[in-house]
Design a protein around this ligand. Structure first.
Ligand code: G3I
Ligand code: 9MR
Length: 579
C-alpha cells in the first residue's frame, strides 16, 4: 500500500485528463451509487480515486472484465466506488489511460441541475423580455408577441373564418424553433405538474430567480402557469376545440426570436390536441386550486369543454401532408402528428377523473386499461394516466379503486423489465437496454425511464428503483458512449452547440444554460456530419444537428422531474443500517 501511495502522485502528473474515463461529471451522493466507465481497449485492471492534485489516493478498486457494447463498437470496463463516501472533490485515475475530470461527492449534488433545467423553461418564454437580472448574459427581447395571430384556413369555423385575428401570446417556444405546439406541451406540462404533485414540499422553497420569485406561489408553478395561460388561448371558446399549434408557416432562420415578422397562425383543431389539453388543464385545476383559484376554475371549465369536443370529434388526426394539399399557406413546421389517440383518451380521462370523480371519466379509464403501456413520449401518454391514478388512488371511485392492483402491477412489471439486465450492459445504465432507446430525443427516453422507476420507488419504497433511476441521470451527465454531458452549462464537457436559435444567434459563447440536448439518434435525419454513427454514438455537438442536438421542452421536463426527485429522495439512497 505504501508503495502504491508513494508512486501515485508521479503517475497522475504524468497522465492527462482523458475522455476515455466516463462518469457523471457533476458528481455523486455520499451514500449513493458511484460508477465509472473506462472506454477503449486497455490492459488496466485497477482504478484509483485521488485528490484533485493527484497526490493522495483515497480509494482503489478493481475494474471489471472488458465488455463490448451492444450499441456500438465501444469496449468498456466498469469501476464501482459506491463504498467510498467522503464528501469532497476528486478524480478517477486509471494507470496507462489517464485521469478523469474533477467531480464532487456531496449532499444535494444535483440541486444545480434541478434548478437550471427548470430555469431552462424561463429562457424559452415567448412574448416577454428576459431581463438581465433573471437571464444574465442571455438576456434578450420579447420575441414573438403573438398578440394578433391568424386563423389558418385549416382551422376556419363559422365564428372564426380564415384570417380572423386572435391573441395567443406567451407560452414557451417548443424547442430550438420558435413555434408552439399543444401536443408537445401536453406531456411537458403533465411531467412538470407531476413533479410538483409528487414532491410538493421539496418545491415549496425552490427558488430559481424568475420574475415571479418571491410571490406566494412556488416558482415551479409560476413557471408552469406561464405556458398554461398560453394553452388556454388555444381553445376555441365557441366549441371547446383546441388548435394543434400556433406557428409560422415555415421555420424561422437561425436568428433571435421576433426578428422575423412572418405571420403566425392557429392551425387545425385535432383530437390529440383537445385531449392533451384536457389532461393538462384537468391536472392543473387541482394543482392550482389552493394557489391560484381563478386559474384553476378556468382550467377545469376548459378541460371539460375540450373533452366534450373530443367526444364529438374522436378521430380528427393531424396530418400535415393532407392539410397542405387542401390549404394555403402550406405549413412546414413540426407536425407532432400522432396517429393513435387511444392513450390520449386514457390520460385525459384519468386526469379528469382524479380532479372531478365523475363517472363518465371512470368509464373511459376502465375501458382503456388493456391498452399497451410504455415509457411515455409525446406520442404515447398512457403511462401519464397511470402515474396520476396511482398517485391519487385514495380518491378514486370504488370501480376504479378495484383495478388499482392491476394498474400498479403493470407499472411495476414495466419497471422491472427495465432493470433486469443493467449490470450486464456496457455502461451499466438503464438507458440502452434496447437499441430502440436511441431515437430522436433519446435523452428524454433516458429521463422518462427514470421517472417510471421513481414512480415504482414511490409506490413500493423499494430502493433498487431509485438507485437505477440515478444511473440514467449519470448517463445524461456524462456516463455515456459520447462522453458529453447533455445538459448545457453542466459538467466538464457539456454540449456547446445545440440546435437552439437563441444560443446560435445571441453572440454569447456559452449556450443558454439548463437545456437538455436530444442525444444520440442513428436516424440522423438532419444529414449533418456525424463523427460516429452507431446507435449510442450517433451524435454531433453541432448546431446543424436538429436530429441529435436540438433541445425541446418535452425533453427538459423529464430531467427536471428526475433531478428534482433524486434530490428530494437523496436520503433514501442511504443503506438502511447506516441511518
Ligand atoms: O416511433 C418510431 C419507431 O417505431 C422507429 O423504430 C424509429 C426509427 O427511426 O422511429 C420512430 O419514430 C421517430 C420519432 O421521432 C420517435 O419519437 C421518427 O422517425 C422521427 O421522425 C420522429 O421525430 C420527431 C421529429 O420532431 C420529426 O417529426 C421527434 O419525435 C420530435 O421530438 C421532433 O419534434 C420537433 C418538432 O417537430 C419541431 N420542434 C422541434 C422538435 C424537436 O426536434
Ligand atoms: O429548426 C428546425 C427544428 O426545430 C426541427 O426539429 C427540424 C425538424 O422538423 O427542422 C428544423 O428546421 C430545418 C428544416 O426542417 C429544414 N431546413 C433546415 C432547418 C434548420 O435550419
Amino acid at each position: 500500500m505504501f508503495f502504491l501511495l508513494a508512486l501515485l502522485p508521479l503517475a497522475v502528473m504524468a497522465q492527462q485528463v482523458t475522455e476515455s474515463i466516463k462518469l457523471n461529471q457533476v458528481g455523486f451522493y455520499p451514500q449513493g451509487p458511484k460508477v465509472v466507465i473506462v472506454t477503449g481497449r486497455t490492459g488496466a485492471t485497477q482504478f484509483y480515486i485521488t485528490t484533485t492534485n493527484g497526490r493522495d489516493t483515497v480509494f482503489s478498486g478493481a475494474l471489471s472484465a472488458e465488455q463490448k457494447s451492444q450499441h456500438s463498437s465501444t469496449y468498456t470496463k466498469k469501476g464501482d466506488f459506491s463504498l467510498f463516501n467522503k464528501r469532497g472533490s476528486y478524480m478517477v485515475l486509471v494507470p496507462g489511460v489517464g485521469h478523469s475530470y474533477v467531480f464532487q461527492i456531496g449532499d444535494s449534488i444535483h440541486i444545480d441541475i434541478a434548478k437550471a433545467t427548470l430555469k431552462g423553461f424561463y429562457y424559452q418564454r415567448v412574448s416577454m423580455p428576459l431581463e438581465v437580472q433573471y437571464a444574465g448574459r442571455w438576456h434578450r427581447g420579447a420575441g414573438h408577441p403573438d398578440d394578433a395571430v391568424r386563423i389558418h384556413p385549416s382551422a376556419a369555423s363559422a365564428q372564426r373564418p380564415a384570417g380572423t385575428v386572435v391573441p395567443s401570446p406567451g407560452g414557451w417556444y417548443d424547442a430550438g424553433d420558435y413555434n408552439k405546439y399543444i401536443v408537445n406541451s401536453g406531456i411537458t406540462m403533465g411531467t412538470l405538474l407531476s413533479a410538483y404533485e409528487d414532491f410538493p414540499r421539496y418545491y415549496q422553497n425552490f427558488s430559481i430567480n424568475i420574475p415571479e420569485s418571491g410571490d406566494a406561489v412556488p416558482d415551479i408553478l409560476d413557471e408552469i402557469a406561464y405556458n398554461l395561460r398560453w394553452m388556454l388561448t388555444m381553445q376555441d371558446p365557441s366549441d371547446g376545440g383546441v388548435y394543434h399549434k400556433c406557428t409560422n408557416a415555415d421555420f424561422d432562420g437561425m436568428v433571435m426570436p421576433g426578428i422575423t415578422k412572418a405571420p403566425r397562425y392557429l392551425v387545425q383543431k385535432s383530437t390529440a390536441a383537445a385531449l392533451d389539453f384536457a389532461a393538462v388543464t384537468a391536472q392543473a385545476a387541482r394543482v392550482y386550486a389552493n394557489h391560484v383559484p381563478r386559474l384553476a376554475d378556468s382550467c377545469l371549465r376548459a378541460a371539460e369543454k375540450a373533452w366534450q369536443w373530443a367526444q364529438k370529434n374522436p378521430a380528427v388526426l393531424y396530418d400535415q401532408n393532407e392539410l397542405n394539399k387542401k390549404f394555403t399557406p402550406a405549413i412546414t413546421t413540426g407536425a407532432y402528428g400522432d396517429r393513435n389517440v387511444k392513450d390520449e383518451w386514457f390520460w385525459a380521462a384519468s386526469e379528469l377523473l382524479v380532479t372531478t370523480g365523475r363517472k363518465v371519466y371512470a368509464d373511459t379509464v376502465l375501458r382503456r386499461t388493456q391498452d399497451s403501456l410504455s415509457v411515455p413520449s409525446w406520442a404515447n401518454v398512457q403511462m401519464m394516466g397511470y402515474y396520476s391514478l396511482l398517485r391519487h388512488q385514495t380518491v378514486l371511485p370504488q370501480s376504479v379503486k378495484a383495478i388499482v392492483p392491476q394498474l400498479k402491477g403493470s407499472l411495476l412489471q414495466l419497471a422491472d423489465a427495465h432493470i433486469g439486465n443493467v449490470e450486464r450492459s456496457a455502461f451499466a445504465t438503464v438507458m440502452g437496454q434496447s437499441s430502440r432507446d436511441f431515437i430522436w430525443g433519446s435523452s428524454s427516453v433516458a429521463a422518462n425511464q427514470s421517472i417510471l422507476l421513481l414512480n415504482a420507488h414511490l409506490l413500493t419504497g423499494d430502493k433498487k428503483y431509485l438507485t437505477h433511476a440515478v444511473s440514467n441521470l449519470d448517463y445524461l451527465l456524462g456516463r455515456n458512449a459520447t462522453g458529453y454531458s447533455f445538459v448545457t452549462g453542466a459538467g466538464s464537457k457539456p454540449i456547446m452547440h445545440p440546435h437552439h436559435r437563441p444560443s446560435v444567434a445571441d453572440g454569447v459563447t456559452e449556450p443558454v444554460p439548463g437545456l437538455l440536448s436530444g442525444g444520440p439518434n442513428p436516424g440522423m435525419q438532419d444529414k449533418c456530419t456525424y463523427p460516429f454513427t452507431e446507435p449510442e454514438t450517433a451524435f454531433t455537438d453541432h448546431d446543424c444537428s436538429y436530429a441529435s442536438n436540438e433541445i425541446a421542452i418535452n425533453w427538459n421536463a423529464p430531467i427536471v422531474y428526475l433531478a428534482g426527485a433524486v434530490e428530494a429522495l437523496q436520503k433514501e439512497l442511504r443503506i438502511k443500517n447506516e441511518e
